[in-house]
Design a protein around this ligand. Structure first.
Ligand SMILES: Cc1ncc(COP(=O)(O)O)c(C=O)c1O
Length: 379
């Protein structure tokens, strides 16, 4: 057996191909067939949202959110710079201006204490990103949004099966987006979902997703023909993707529990290294039930991250870092602006290392990761 430890290994429940074959035999390959309906029902039940709509990615769900909120050129959207490009790009596509606010030192989530000072007359929405499946401080963010008449779009790409004060991530803002990309906990290769929690937006969300038409209502027999109603695009995945996803959603608790056990193992094994001052482990606030989407460590300021990653790699361990903060990227400089200082964003993004985490990772493999990491940090 190879000694290599991959960074990610997509987990298969074993039912994926069976369900795809079933979808194929039913001759329903385009979107919104029986498997899509099962996924929608599951998401609505589990996330407790008003309406769930599968999309072909979380990126697509965020783009739908920008359309639904009628974002216009010059409208401002408050978000962290420490996030994936799609959080910002979805709004920039509509001419919106991302306004980057620093992140919290503990969770690496949008620092809610800095949001209010970023608000201007052009602000339309706040996009909290639940980093690593750990919730942002949503009560504070919701009350700021309410006070200033802003919408909240949760970027819950990493948040499936996680919660805040008992409320599932994705059920809290007016809109939310999940990702089922192969790097996530629950996967369909590429995939995502838009969760709609404001009933007033539900019908338009369906229309935007179906090329700007009322085709969904036509299929339900509510109208006798479907026509072009407003701006939209094709955001729905094929039934084959939904069939694959259904095999994963059915097993979502087992997958999450397995990942949580692996996360806890890392947390225990790495405690002595934290005590020694060699790294900092993730911090999960009491109000947050996370989903073990990732295990990361923060290296001390004077550590050489390249060297650490290099030593892990030369021992067959694949480890990565992210994100290059968006405000420092070419497109970020062109399309967005900064509110205040982004010191935590810059410092943490330079010190973060993500460790291999996937359902099925063995404790011996985790111990090997910790041993090599300690070796690298002790120099
Ligand atoms: C925070 C965040 N937002 C959005 C996305 C985009 O997800 P997708 O690849 O499903 O479009 C990702 C993917 O990694 C993400 O981590």
């Amino acid at each position: 057996m190879s000694n290599r430890i991959e960074f990610n290994r997509p987990f298969m429940t074993g039912k994926e191909l069976e369900y795809i074959a079933k979808a194929k035999s039913g001759n329903k390959l385009a979107g919104d067939g029986p498997f899509t309906r099962k996924c929608h029902e599951w998401l609505e039940r589990t996330a407790g949202c008003d309406k769930a709509l599968l999309t072909h990615s979380c990126t697509a769900a965020l783009e739908m959110a920008a359309l639904l909120l009628d974002i216009e050129p010059g409208d401002e959207i408050i978000m962290p710079s420490y996030t994936f490009v799609s959080t910002a790009n979805a709004f920039v596509l509509r001419g919106g201006v991302p306004v980057f606010v620093d992140i919290r030192e503990d969770t690496l989530n949008l620092d809610e204490r800095l949001v209010e000072s970023a608000i201007t007359p052009r602000t339309r929405a706040i996009v909290p990103v639940h980093y690593a499946g750990v919730a942002c401080e949503m009560d504070t963010i919701l009350s700021i949004a309410k006070k200033h008449g802003l919408k909240v779009v949760e970027d819950a790409a990493q948040g499936v099966m996680a919660s805040y004060k008992g409320r599932p991530l994705g059920s809290i803002g007016e809109l939310a987006a999940y990702s089922f990309h192969e790097t996530k906990n629950i996967i369909s290769g590429e995939g995502g979902a838009l969760l709609v929690n404001d009933p007033a937006l539900a019908l338009r969300a369906e229309i935007i997703r179906e090329k700007g038409t009322d085709r969904s209502r036509f299929f339900r027999g509510e109208v006798d023909k479907y026509t072009w109603q407003e701006v939209g695009s094709s955001f729905l995945p094929s039934e084959l993707i939904a069939a694959f996803l259904w095999a994963q959603l059915e097993e979502s608790k087992r997958i999450t529990d397995d990942r949580l056990a692996i996360w806890e193992n890392y947390h225990t094994i790495l405690e002595p290294l934290e005590t020694e001052g060699l790294l900092r482990r993730p911090i999960v606030p009491e109000d947050c039930q996370h989903n073990a989407h990732m295990y990361y460590v923060l290296l001390p300021e004077d550590a050489d991250r390249e060297k650490v990653l290099g030593l892990l790699k030369s021992n067959g361990i694949s480890s990565v870092f992210h994100y290059v903060p968006l405000h420092s990227s070419p497109a970020g400089k062109r399309f967005a602006r900064i509110s205040g200082e982004l010191n935590v964003t810059v410092s943490h993004s330079e010190r973060l290392v993500r460790l291999p985490l996937w359902a099925g990772l063995k404790i011996e493999q985790q111990e090997r990761v910790a041993t090599i990491l300690a070796e690298a940090l002790r120099g």
